[in-house]
Design a protein around this ligand. Structure first.
Ligand code: ATP
Ligand code: MG
Length: 550
């Protein structure tokens, strides 16, 4: 019983007790009267029965009164719900998300108390909101300005890096990979082949993951599955060859491109050398055999497919940004660092493979480093790279999982490394936050695999919804409640009222689509759904002085 319920009971109990005692008194009078009438009518002597009736009648008002008094303290028995028990998070539920010690990722604002709400759990997060609805100003930038942990952020317009660079530099080293010079900052470099080791037992898997990132067809264009599959195998074999046979300064993607564009005679010589190689457990030789075992026609089809997928490596900008590594992704787990991957929207189509390479390689290195050991046995990642962070050493934060803010997630295309990571939890030290426009984008890329994303998102932010499918998905996820209504029927001059119960969504799809501009719906696993206020970093006091205007 709540405090308010108890106070109410204390006030009503004397009245209820008095009413019930009065009812008991009426009943006692009735018993005595009936006893008298029966004895009088039949001329009976008053004996034992009359004595019992008198005792009962004497105590009846007291018994009724006590029951009445106590009845006030009995809580109402909850009525069983028939169709559903969905409800919105109460003000208290929402206030409990405010987050102690200002820790955790910012996920919205309390609509009543106005406090920032946070999530400090290990699950992945997801945001679905159409363009210009505030994904940047309400989700990405507030977290970049405040999260004292390592972050990898896809930044299509370069605005996240420009607005938050000062704040991020305050937390640790900052690496802006900006091949097209959008941010006016000198670009850092990262060579995705730098950590491949021909003696690693998992070299085939790692080369395969990179090949998977390279072989990509834009959504809508139908790349042939067979050619893509064979091109992937050829590219993986050639990557192993680059790693096993080239000197360190040539172990980068440009050399792979050089292999694939050699004249026919030189390419045939390369394949012969690969056949003779016993490195990587003979997998280099097998890749060459697989290619040479094809008919001329098929082999040239596979080669041209591999050439198509690596065409973007001809760009001198790409070559420059991948020819060496200024940092190591695995070190993000040990020291707070920030990596921005900047690619302007008009280049996303052509250079999406670069983003795919970066995200795949970063995830691979994170997972390999989950026990704090370097991919190269016995050497820590820092030692392996011996990069120039000396002046910026910062202790790793308590929650040292690396946050991946994946803006424009759909532009990455389907990426197995991401799908795998989404299914893994924080034990691997990564927390993904894919940011999408709607559910169509996720389904178009991952088909049934989209459910993996939804099931593993501990937090789902939805706002500005303008498509019915997303709205219906959210309405269904929120669930149903009982709706009570009355009907009246008239028959032979009499009116009969009946009460009915029907199922109703707590919020319908059309109501989700009409949500005010400043509101969002937040779904958290194991909690009631909440309607929260959106954040706008540029006008909210908590972020004042932290960001730079652009
Ligand atoms: N500093 C600012 N001052 C005022 N308004 C701003 C500022 N920055 C952004 N806005 C406005 O806030 C709105 C949301 O911007 P935001 O960049 O968050 O959109 P988005 O959801 O990330 O969209 P997109 O898909 O285009 O990236 C836009 O209408 C934008 O004009
Ligand atoms: Mg944006």
């Amino acid at each position: 019983m709540t405090v308010w319920g108890f106070v109410k009971a204390v006030v009503t109990a004397p009245f209820l007790g008095a009413i019930c005692a009065a009812i008991g008194w009426v009943n006692a009078g009735t018993i005595i009267f009936l006893d008298f009438v029966v004895h009088w009518a039949f001329g009976l002597e008053q004996g034992l029965i009359s004595q019992v009736a008198l005792v009962v009648a004497k105590h009846l008002p007291l018994v009724f009164g006590v029951f009445g008094f106590m009845g006030a303290f009995v809580s109402e028995v909850p009525v069983q719900s028939v169709f559903g028990t969905a409800r919105w998070a109460s003000a208290k539920d929402i206030a409990s998300m405010a987050g102690k010690h200002r820790a955790g990722l910012i996920i919205g604002r309390d609509p009543q108390k106005k406090a920032l709400l946070r999530y400090d759990g290990p699950s992945h997060l997801m945001t679905m909101a159409p363009t210009r609805t505030g994904k940047g100003v309400g989700t990405i930038i507030p977290n970049l300005l405040t999260a004292q942990r390592s972050v990898i952020c896809i930044d299509p317009k370069g605005e996240n890096a420009r607005i938050t660079a000062r704040a991020r530099e305050g937390f640790g080293a900052l690496h802006v990979l900006d091949p097209f010079g959008v941010t006016d900052r000198p670009s850092s470099c990262f060579n995705p082949f730098a950590h491949l080791d021909a003696n690693d037992v998992d070299i085939a898997e790692h080369a395969g993951t990179l090949a998977d990132a390279l072989v990509y067809d834009e959504p809508g264009s139908s790349g042939d599955v067979h050619w893509n599959e064979e091109a992937r195998a050829l590219i993986a074999g050639l990557i192993m060859m680059v790693v096993a046979s080239e000197p360190p300064h040539l172990r980068h993607p440009a050399t792979l491109r050089d292999y694939l564009t050699r004249p026919p005679k030189a390419f045939a010589d390369l394949l012969t050398r690969m056949q003779e190689s016993d490195r990587c457990d003979g997998l280099i030789a097998r890749a060459a055999n697989r290619h040479l075992g094809k008919s001329d026609c098929e082999a040239s089809g596979v080669l041209s497919s591999a050439q198509r997928h690596t065409h973007f490596l001809d760009s001198p900008r790409m070559k420059r940004v991948m020819e060496r590594s200024d940092f190591c992704f695995a070190d993000l787990k040990q020291r707070t660092q920030s990596v921005f991957l900047v690619l302007p929207p008009d280049r996303l189509g052509t250079y999406a493979r670069w983003l795919r390479l970066m995200i795949s390689q970063s995830l691979t290195e994170m997972v390999r480093m989950r026990n704090g050991t370097s991919p190269v046995e016995g050497v820590t990642a820092s030692e392996a790279m011996s990069a120039t962070w000396g002046s910026q050493k910062k202790e790793a934060p308590a929650n040292n999982s690396v946050l991946f803010l994946l803006d424009e997630f759909a532009s990455l295309g389907r990426l197995q490394a991401v799908e795998r990571a989404m299914g893994l939890m924080a034990g691997y030290g990564v927390q993904l936050w894919p940011i999408l426009q709607d559910i169509h984008q996720l389904r178009a890329l991952y088909g049934k695999g989209a459910n993996t994303f939804l099931a593993n998102a501990g937090v789902l932010q939805v706002f500005g919804v303008n498509d019915i499918e997303t709205a219906e998905l959210v309405a269904r996820s929120i669930g149903k409640r009982d709706a009570h209504y009355m009907t009246a029927s008239h028959s032979e001059g009499k009116q009969t009222n009946s009460e009915h119960i029907a199922a109703r969504n707590l919020i319908n799809a059309d109501e989700i689509m009409r949500l005010p501009d400043d509101r969002m719906i937040l779904l958290r696993q194991g909690h009631y759904p909440a309607k929260l206020r959106k954040i706008r970093y540029y006008e909210d006091k908590e972020f004042k002085g932290l960001f730079d205007r652009i």
